[in-house]
Design a protein around this ligand. Sequence first.
Ligand code: SAH
Ligand code: SF4
Ligand code: F3S
Length: 464
Amino acid sequence: MTQETATPMPSELPAGNARKVFIKTYGCQMNVYDSGRMADALAADGYVSTDVMDDADLVLLNTCHIREKAAEKVYSALGRLRETKKARAAEGREFMIGVAGCVAQAEGEEISRREPAVDVVIGPQTYHRLPQALRKARGGERVVDTEYALEDKFEHLPDPTRVIGKPRNVTAFLTVQEGCDKFCTFCVVPYTRGAEVSRPLAQLLTEARRLVDSGVRELTLLGQNVNAWHGEDEAGRAIGLGDLLYRLAEIPGLARLRYTTSHPRDMDDRLIEAHRDLRMLMPYLHLPVQAGSDRILKSMNRRHKAEEYIVLIERIREARPDIALSGDFIVGFPGETDEDFEATMDLVRRVNYAQAYSFKYSSRPGTPGADLPDHVDEEVKTERLARLQSLLLEQQQAFSRSMIGQTMDLLLEKPGRMPGQLIGRSPWLQSVNVDAMSSQIGDIIQVRITAAGPNSLFAEVAEG
Ligand code: SAH
Ligand code: SF4
Ligand code: F3S
């Protein structure tokens, strides 16, 4: 690798003149994690993060390609950034624009063609090379780096706990798995994130311990298909996500574990046992089903029937009776009839979700779904989505209301709006406001829920 010398390293810039980066994150939690790691990689190169776009010398858009609207948002944001770049050039000040994430991976060169103001396009597998890419771009090159790097990017990223001046939250994401081999016919992820790769056990245990040492109390394991994680233990025995959770649960100081997003096909017995045995594995599971009609599930290539999903949920509930279920749904997949849609409504009624995300089908070029016949009219999709969402909202509100009067543990995460008020998370991932003068962020306290608002709960400290 050639080291550029013409550009002063940011560490040589006078104090107070460090370059500033503003990262805008779109899409899923994997992108949230990646944005954090990009900030780490840039911090090691002398950049400081800023929340104010106008202060930034570098704006990075960490993008999502999942639905058409998500991708279009990126181009409209880039149009605005082009204007900022022009204004900065007039002042003689550097302003660089980078596009990372799944749109970068999917569209590569096309991004620089559509928006020449972009300096760097970098994919989800290569962002550890961001500092080099920026140096090249400063030398006048337009950089597009979206190959699947052979080296392991995680090995090349700085230790997150050593990045100076970075406040640590009490909760953290830990990517354990990336990519997807499932090829659901509506989905771009197998193309943008590539084949399934699991990070090795030892690497994960090390990163988890470091995070806990730096104050993290709750870890959320991430993967596009997190329960497909597999590895080997020290004895060379094949292990899965369930075993990984048992191992992480042994880390002293760690109080809570979560994981997302899972595929119903990969919910194995060991993982269900982990829900039964590990108190620190929180009773909340995001298990998308997408649709309730077997015909549509087949056409989506989900590779299970609706009834199998219901039976699976029953088994999970048997293992952990207080578990709350969350899901994802797509309405208006090609060929979806009224009857198919009613099957989705039935499934939702049977499962009774605590939380859910639902979307109109968005046809993605290059996916098999795009070539299917009988695309559903936009108005029909809109009407179905409204009905589904009102049912899901009813269930979600009923779940929130059922919390009133209950006593539960709360992990305090951040200050609330009022003095003396703190905001924490319930085991079921709800945001809870509590007056807790004598407690600190990072504490787990017992509270009693007093009221349920539209987006959060209210509580008082439980006596004794
Ligand atoms: N790996 C996860 C989902 C990743 S994408 C899983 O298998 O469940 C997140 C959600 O976006 C999906 O669950 C799906 O509901 C939705 N989604 C994906 N592609 C879509 C498309 N083309 N149109 C509408 N929604 C889509
Ligand atoms: Fe997409 Fe299906 Fe893979 Fe989930 S399992 S990321 S929906 S292809
Ligand atoms: Fe979007 Fe990529 Fe995540 S397409 S949902 S950011 S994996």
